[in-house]
Design a protein around this ligand. Structure first.
Ligand code: TRP
Length: 446
């Protein structure tokens, strides 16, 4: 058997995993969800979800990945052969498939804006015109489909070439630069006239927004943003070396990931309020707001170009990480080459992705329980399948996996360590499942 590849450096490990975690979930989804669900309260619920549920669940995925050293489905099969637990892997592949189908749509929008920025067609307009620009584009038929096909094509090429090469090297440089750029943009927004109102919206909770639906949404967002709940990080951690600290890595990733989401909110909301826009605009929010920022910045062309390049690459690395789960499974399970698996999955993404894209335009009348096709897929994946996958993984590690394995993976060998282990396993067995189940069930019956 050939030796499996490893991520070369610890910084590389961190940045590659951050590359999966940081993406449209932070920069596009978080602000628009916060905008629709009462800013400060949503942020608070999301932060609690990341700390209490996200970090323990992430460590659980890491344990499964590094212990089994295999992909989503293989991992559970290997650690619990012929048991129902292997269902977690299949569930992950299915969830990844659903997310891919609509993630490519938004990645395509990003590509369009990158194109507009590069060809200097983005600056110098007003609030209304930017809103019209987005609406005209996203409700169109061919242009957004063309963009998502390009995205699927790029990804297909990268994924066919194999895991490590591109992802690790690229993320090491890109992620820190993206972070710096977001800091600059956030500072810029904070100095805007009327910034205060936007920051209040984002940071000050309003208890009337404290609802079960918001709690479920925030839990889903935590899973989505941290790339949890579909065994994606199982695949990543299967490439971690033995001396990488799982808890340390999970904590760092979660903090970085949450900071990016908050920064994105700090960039968006001051603009929303100082330009008199509405925070609850749905999926287009970020795309309508950001051009206003670049237009009033000195050297706006440069900032906008850099930003959209980085956003596009951040989206692409996340998209790749999801696709990898699906492709790895299909190529192994059906014994076909990676290239063949990529071609088959890409065709499916392209077809269903196009339907998602059209659901903003010609197919906007097609509704499932009041949501269009795109929103339905997002709701199913984020609010239902990811939390389900995350809870099952936690239960698996907490109840089924040998304690010795957990001990080894967390490199526990001191008294304090054992005490921590007890608390951690308690979290996996009870707290994570109970928290998610409570929110689920209350949501269903209310
Ligand atoms: N976390 C990524 C983002 O925020 C999206 C993503 C990548 C993802 N891999 C995942 C979401 C696995 C859920 C599961 O954009």
């Amino acid at each position: 058997m050939s030796k499996r590849a490893h991520f070369a450096s610890k910084f590389g490990v961190l940045m590659a995993t951050v590359g999966s975690a940081v993406g449209l979930g932070n920069i596009w989804r978080f602000p628009y969800q916060a905008g629709e669900n009462g800013g400060g309260t949503y942020l608070l619920l999301y932060a609690i979800a990341v700390l209490l549920i996200g970090i323990p669940a992430m460590v659980a995925e890491f344990i499964v990945g590094r212990e089994s050293r295999s992909n989503a489905v293989g991992a559970f099969n290997k650690l619990a052969p012929k048991s129902v637990w292997s269902g977690i892997g299949y569930l992950g592949v299915f969830t990844g498939f659903i997310i891919d189908c609509y993630y490519c749509v938004v990645t395509g929008w990003t590509l369009y804006y990158l194109f507009q920025a590069a060809s200097d067609n983005l600056l110098g307009f007003g609030v209304e015109q930017y809103a019209d620009m987005f609406n005209a584009y996203s409700t169109g038929v061919f242009p957004p489909i063309f963009a998502l096909l390009l995205v699927i094509l790029f990804t297909g090429v990268i994924v066919s070439l194999g895991v490590q090469k591109g992802i690790e090297t690229a993320s090491k440089i890109m992620m820190p630069v993206l972070f710096l750029l977001l800091l600059v943009l956030a500072a810029n927004s904070c100095f805007m006239e009327g910034a205060r109102e936007g920051l209040d919206f984002l940071f000050v909770p309003d208890w009337k927004d404290l609802t079960i639906n918001n709690a479920l949404g925030a839990i889903g967002q935590a899973f989505f943003s941290l790339s949890l709940g579909m065994a994606c990080l199982v695949t990543y951690s299967s490439y971690f070396k033995d001396d990488v600290s799982l808890l340390g890595t999970a904590t760092k990733i979660s903090v970085i990931d949450m900071s990016v989401a908050i920064l994105s909110g700090v960039i968006i909301f001051p603009v929303v309020f100082s330009f008199g826009m509405q925070p609850e605009q749905g999926a287009g929010l970020v795309f309508k707001v950001l051009p206003n920022v670049f237009t009033q910045m000195t050297a706006g062309y440069l900032w906008s170009f850099m930003f959209y390049v980085l956003l596009f690459l951040a989206a692409l690395t996340s998209f790749i990480s999801i696709t990898e789960v699906v492709v790895a499974y299909i190529s192994e399970a059906f014994r076909m080459s990676r290239v063949k698996a990529v071609i088959i999955t890409s065709l499916l993404f392209a077809t269903i992705g196009s339907l998602c894209s059209l659901s903003f335009g010609p197919l906007s009348g097609v509704k499932i329980a009041g949501r269009n096709i795109f929103d339905s897929m997002d709701f199913l994946a984020t609010n239902i399948l990811l939390p389900l996958g995350g809870v099952l993984t936690s239960l698996f590690v907490g109840w089924r996996l040998d304690r010795k394995i957990i001990e080894n993976q967390l490199a526990i060998n001191s008294k304090g360590g054992y005490a921590f282990l007890k608390v951690y396993i308690f979290f996996l067995k009870y707290i994570v499942p109970a928290a998610v189940a409570t929110v689920f069930v209350t949501g269903l019956i209310s």
